[in-house]
Design a protein around this ligand. Structure first.
Ligand SMILES: Nc1ncnc2c1ncn2[C@@H]1O[C@H](COP(=O)(O)OP(=O)(O)OP(=O)(O)O)[C@@H](O)[C@H]1O
Length: 310
């Protein structure tokens, strides 16, 4: 699929001297949901802000749908909608006026029917005459999305769209993001909720200390880096692991009632059949067993700790 955003050699050094981004190369494909993950201060907001023309890059280039964000700013910016982390709008304005005005800012002719559709899709039509300050936190967030969609952008950036919202609203937001994608909008989101990326993203980028250390299809990332854990509930508790089982690097849990074996889910030979055979030779019986796949969260945490150690 053709890239809708092309980022090449992008770097940012703030006036303080801090290098927030280092040599970022990234292509976002048309119509995908791309999740950018990274710990606090990794550079996610800086990256988004550069693409949206709020922060100037120190080096490198960015093109949005073929338009350079610096030399062809207007065209590039018109393609993009941004939902920032913070509410950045006049609290005394009404919902309808805010969204209508925002559309005008991008030079788009008025289109009340379109604005109505956006507000209805976001369950805000009934609130169109309310002042922003009268909305609940969740409504304010939806209003920010409506505002970002008002000029019919092809690319939507969502910076922490569900930070601090309740579970139900988070699910609503996910549904909304998916329906936008189904309508052809490319979505780039940053999130601290790994579950969110796991659930929604087609591809995932991990940014740590200003470096994009990994970009992968979510499915292959989980397959490639995923580990599985086998838990055996023992018939009798075990005080220590017999030395002949040393080669499996097992762990005892739950006061010796559980034996844990972590293995590479993609390995040709997991070692499980021979482990079970050895155990049976030793007369160690188990009542039950289950396996668990590691989550994206486990993968993310191990990537970060690897990075800290290197
Ligand atoms: N205007 C600025 N001047 C100087 N340093 C800045 C500025 N804005 C951000 N930074 C620094 O750049 C780094 C990256 O910040 P950024 O906000 O991009 O991170 P982030 O990944 O979005 O973090 P979070 O998840 O906390 O939102 C941080 O160390 C931050 O302190």
């Amino acid at each position: 699929m053709s890239p809708v955003i092309q980022i090449a050699g992008l770097g940012k050094r703030y006036a303080s001297g801090h290098r927030a981004l280092k040599n970022i190369d990234l292509e976002i494909r048309k119509g995908e949901i791309f999740a950018l993950l990274g710990p606090n201060g990794a550079g996610k907001t800086t990256l988004i802000s550069i693409v949206c023309g709020i922060v100037t890059p120190s080096e490198g280039t960015v093109q949005a749908d073929g338009h350079d964000i610096q030399t062809d700013y207007r065209e590039a910016r018109a393609k993009i909608g941004l939902v920032p982390q913070e509410l950045t709008t006049d609290a005394f304005e009404t919902v309808l006026a805010t969204v209508t005005f925002s559309r005008g800012l991008y030079g788009k002719p008025p289109n009340p029917a379109f604005v109505e559709k956006v507000l209805r899709d976001l369950s805000l039509w009934d609130k169109r005459k309310s002042k922003i300050m009268e909305l609940s936190g969740g409504m304010k967030r939806r209003m920010m999305i409506a505002k970002a969609l008002s000029h019919e952008p092809e690319i939507l950036f969502l910076d922490e769209p569900t930070a601090g919202v309740d579970v139900e609203l988070r699910r609503d937001m996910w549904r909304l993001v998916r329906s936008l994608r189904d309508n052809g909008v490319t979505i780039i989101l940053t999130t601290h909720y790994i579950e969110e990326a796991e659930d929604m993203a087609d591809r995932i980028g991990v940014i740590i200390q200003g470096e994009l250390i990994l970009v992968e299809e979510k499915a292959s990332l989980m397959k490639k880096l995923g580990k599985k854990q086998l838990t055996l509930n023992l018939a009798e508790p075990m005080s220590e692991i017999p030395s002949v089982l040393g080669e499996w690097s097992l762990e005892l849990k739950d006061e010796g009632n559980e034996l844990l074996y972590v293995f590479d889910a993609n390995a040709e030979r997991t070692g499980i059949p021979s482990l079970l055979r050895q155990m049976s030779d030793l007369g160690i019986a188990f009542k039950d067993l289950n396996t668990e796949q590691s989550s994206l969260e486990d993968i993310f945490v191990s990537l970060i700790s690897e990075r800290r150690e290197s």
